[in-house]
Each structure stands twice: as C-alpha cells, then as structure tokens.
Design a binder for this molecule. Structure first.
Ligand SMILES: C[S@@+](CC[C@H](N)C(=O)[O-])C[C@H]1O[C@@H](n2cnc3c(N)ncnc32)[C@H](O)[C@@H]1O
Length: 284
C-alpha cells in the first residue's frame, strides 16, 4: 500500500515536467482532496494516510501525467462557486468568464442570450443570478449541448424560482436568426477567438485536450464570430439593450470596431484584473 506522502512524491515527479512546481502541487492536492476525501493539508497532518488502488487515483495520475487537465480528470470545474460538469467536449470555464458574468449582472434583463454556450456556464449563471430572467444558450456542438443541458442545478432553480435555461443547437454563422427581432435585453458571448498562429505558444493541456471547435479561428479571419455576434445583436437586442463579449487580448481595438461599424451607439473595451483587454461592451 502507498502512503499519502509517497503518492505525492511520485505525483510531483510525474507532473513537474509539465507544470511549474507550485501548480503541480496544487493539482495533486486538489486530486487527493476530491478522490480520497482528505484535507489539502493532510500531507502534514496525516502523511501515512493509505492511498488505495480502488480510489482510482493512480489512473487519474496517469491521465494527468499525459497533460490532461485536472477538471476533465475529475469531471467538473468550479465557476462562480458552482460545480459545472465538464468533459473534453466542452471548454473548461475560465475565471475571466466569471468576470464577464459579473459585469453582465450589472444590467437588469428579462431575456438573455448566450451565443457559443459550451458547458452553459454563462447561461446557467445568468439564469440563477439574474433573478427571473429567461435565458437561452446556443451552440453548434450537440455534445456540448448535452453537457450544458445536463448541468444539475435543479435544487437552486427550485429554491430561487429561477427559469432553467433553454439550450438550442444552431450555427451562429448561418444567415437566418431563429428569434423574434428585439426580443433580448442582454446578449453575451465567449466565442472561439484564438488564432491558429497562436497555437504554438499554448500549453499542451489546452491544445492537446480542449475542443478545437471551441478555441480556434482562422488567422485570415479572427473576428468572424464577433461579426456574427454583432449581426445577431443588431437584430435581437431591444433598444437600450447591452452586449458583452470576451475577446482576444491582442485584438481589442479591432473587436471594438466591429461593433462600432455595425452601428451600435457605444462600443468600448473593458480590461480584466491583470489590466489586459478582455471584454467589449456594446449598447444599442
Ligand atoms: C470558447 S468556447 C466558450 C464556451 C463557454 N461559453 C465558456 O465560456 O466556457 C466557444 C464555443 O463556441 C462553440 N461554437 C463554435 N463554432 C460555433 C458556431 N458556428 N455556432 C455556434 N457555436 C459555435 C463551440 O462549440 C464552443 O462550445
């Protein structure tokens, strides 16, 4: 039988070629916490805790040591204090996107649309936190939509009297838009925005495991999804309505201009907590 301290020692040796030491340690401690039910500091208080094969943790470590992200190995990711199911069919929700929701919650809205919804993290957050709002999430990927629909927040939905989001399979690059004009107050999107040429600078655990459909856009047309969001928003936002999109930090002014050129009365860049161009906010 392996002790906790030996498991951690072996785990560090396996993960340190892939991650900075501190991150490798954090990943291992989260894994132990989740699979063994021990506290993060158990390696100090209970270093001889027995690590059983039956916990599945050795297989988990094997997946992690091939670069697979912890969230896929565990099957869930935290987003604004909630646990979202994730599989390799959906992007792992990012902290920046939590800020997008926080910004969006400043705008009272009755009907909210989330384009390119993936795991549904934006749509569910808005459904649960923008009280009484009807929320719709759209994605082209049937596998992602299955995950989005399968998120289990039934208890919170019932306790708060919120509406479950409605998830629809649709390609937002298509010409037709399947909603009534001016039927939304708020449109949100975190679309694919990483240029193929940026792929080389990305880490193995993103490029090797997260869905390419969720990540990449052609170098020749990196703003293709923003033009689609602008077109949908031009038609679907009610007068005075607001849109917020997450953006490629290298293309802030260009993305802002997509919305100005589409005729929105306001379009401005918002920075994230590291001071980088992160969102564009536009209004009708
Ligand atoms: C960057 S991910 C964002 C997922 C989620 N909104 C989030 O913030 O974690 C982009 C999503 O866009 C979807 N997508 C890609 N092309 C699309 C298209 N033409 N129409 C609709 N959705 C699309 C992908 O399937 C993926 O789920």
């Amino acid at each position: 039988m392996t002790s906790l301290k030996d498991f951690l020692r072996g785990g560090l040796t396996a993960l340190e070629p892939l991650y900075p030491a501190e991150e490798a340690r954090n990943i291992l401690m989260s894994l132990c916490e989740s699979r063994l039910g021990v506290a993060r500091y158990a390696y100090i208080t209970d270093p001889d805790f027995p690590v059983e094969e039956s916990s599945g943790i050795f297989k988990d470590l094997e997946r992690l040591s091939k670069g697979e992200p912890l969230q896929y190995v565990l099957g869930h990711a935290e987003f604004r204090g909630r646990r979202f199911k994730v599989t390799p069919d959906v992007l792992i929700p990012r902290p920046e996107t939590e800020s997008l929701c926080e910004e969006a919650l400043k705008f009272p809205a009755k009907r909210i649309l989330d384009l390119c919804t993936g795991s549904g993290c934006i749509a569910w957050t808005m459904a649960l936190e923008a009280k009484g709002a009807e929320t719709f999430g759209i994605d082209i990927s049937p596998a992602a939509l299955e995950i989005a629909r399968g998120q289990d927040f039934s208890e919170e939905i019932e306790a708060t009297g919120s509406h479950r989001p409605v998830f629809i399979e649709y390609d937002i690059l298509r010409d037709e838009i399947p909603f009534e004009p001016e039927s939304f107050d708020l449109i949100l999107s975190n679309p694919p925005y990483i240029m193929e040429s940026q792929r080389e600078s990305m880490r193995l655990n993103v490029v090797g495991f997260e869905p390419h459909l969720a990540l990449f856009v052609p170098d020749g047309d990196p703003l293709v999804f923003y033009r689609a969001v602008a077109r949908w928003s031009g038609r679907l936002l009610s007068p005075g309505g607001t849109g917020i999109v997450e953006i490629n930090e290298d293309l802030g002014p260009q993305t802002r201009d997509v919305f100005l050129e589409a005729g929105f009365s306001e379009s401005r860049i918002l920075n994230d907590f590291f001071g980088k161009n992160r969102f564009v906010l536009f209004s009708k």
